[in-house]
Design a protein around this ligand. Sequence first.
Ligand code: LLP
Length: 426
Amino acid sequence: SAGARRGEDGVLRLGGVPVTQLAAEFGTPAYFLDEDDFRARARAWREAFAGADVFYAGKAFLSRAVVRWLVEEGLNLDVCSGGELAVALAGGMPAERLALHGNNKSRAELAAAVEAGVGRIVVDSFEEIERLDAIARERGVRQGVLVRVTVGVEAHTHEFIATAHEDQKFGLALAGGQAAEAVRRVLAADGLTLLGLHSHIGSQIFDTAGFEVAARRVVGLLAEIRDEHGVELPEIDLGGGLGIAYTPADDPRDPAEIAKSLGWIVQRECEAAGLAAPRLSVEPGRAIAGPTTFTLYEVGTVKPLEGLRTYVSVDGGMSDNIRTALYDAEYSVVLASRASSAPPMLSRVVGKHCESGDIVVRDAYLPADVRPGDLLAVPATGAYCRSMASNYNHLTRPPVVAVRDGRARVIVRRETPEDLLALDVG
Ligand code: LLP
């Protein structure tokens, strides 16, 4: 993160606090989050999309403190379950600034959202349109909705693929007229108000061309809706997905650059179609949370495998970062607790789980004198690490510690064996 630097003694510091001190106070493994960096990234998005709405995607990482920062920095929040909704409300996000997502929201989740006054629910199926309409009418309200459109663009990491039919579970397909039919049904529903269209094409994307194709196709549907129904929808949401740097090879785009290119395309396409440009909104998750945090681990064992590499085992693993095992994600790692002038040694940083796929960093060069007791920092773990953490092997999930102005405070505490036993009521 922006605030992590080595001191003259070679010890990595966050906001001026040495990691050795952080480890002594909070234990390892632990996630250390640079609060100023989080706020600065949130602000950069809000400023880049001035006049548009930025909905931080809570699935990347959510806690009450995060919700408070978002409120203070003027962002909205996208949630995708009843649990995230509960945290959002508990953290003080006004319900009208919330969006609810999901391809299979339960009736209870839909009802909770309607009752709380959630500003927009992104509908994802015909069944949901019917269910939500009934829930809203029973309560005598009109619920604002966006229709999630599958535009036929699937973007993954460095490239995007445009296909006629996406073989996946989300959204209502543009091709074949499902999206247009969903729009018809929402417009006919007395309990629903159609606010606009939504598209999300993927995650960890560097190539903005995928967003541009999506924007053009969504505007195309806006024009069809105008022609068929005589209504011009006021908003399009182009989702999240902007990639971050996990390794030096990654070259992320800037939110301002995305805002400019999307704004321009939407403007141009709307002009061509004779539409007033709709309000644009976006849902960045990883791009805000990801770079703000590093995970700190303590080395327990060092096992050289002749002619292969050295296995460096740390005190966490796939339970605090599943992304390497699940997506073959690439991370980097540094020796954080001291300087070393030892030569680099091909290493694999692995966890303590009973599984050989329990890899945190597949290929890394660590100083050859790395030894038990050393602290290792893995950067860019702020998104989809704590939020996807598990209790595999009954490990307790690590805390999240926010550092600001040289002060560190726990925002999500470490789990304890008692927490785990409390659920075990047999
Ligand atoms: N909006 C919608 C509707 C989404 O489904 C997502 C992410 C986002 C926004 C935020 O996307 P972001 O800006 O964070 O890329 N667990 C995976 C990522 C799953 C993303 C799911 N949807 C990972 O660890 O890479």
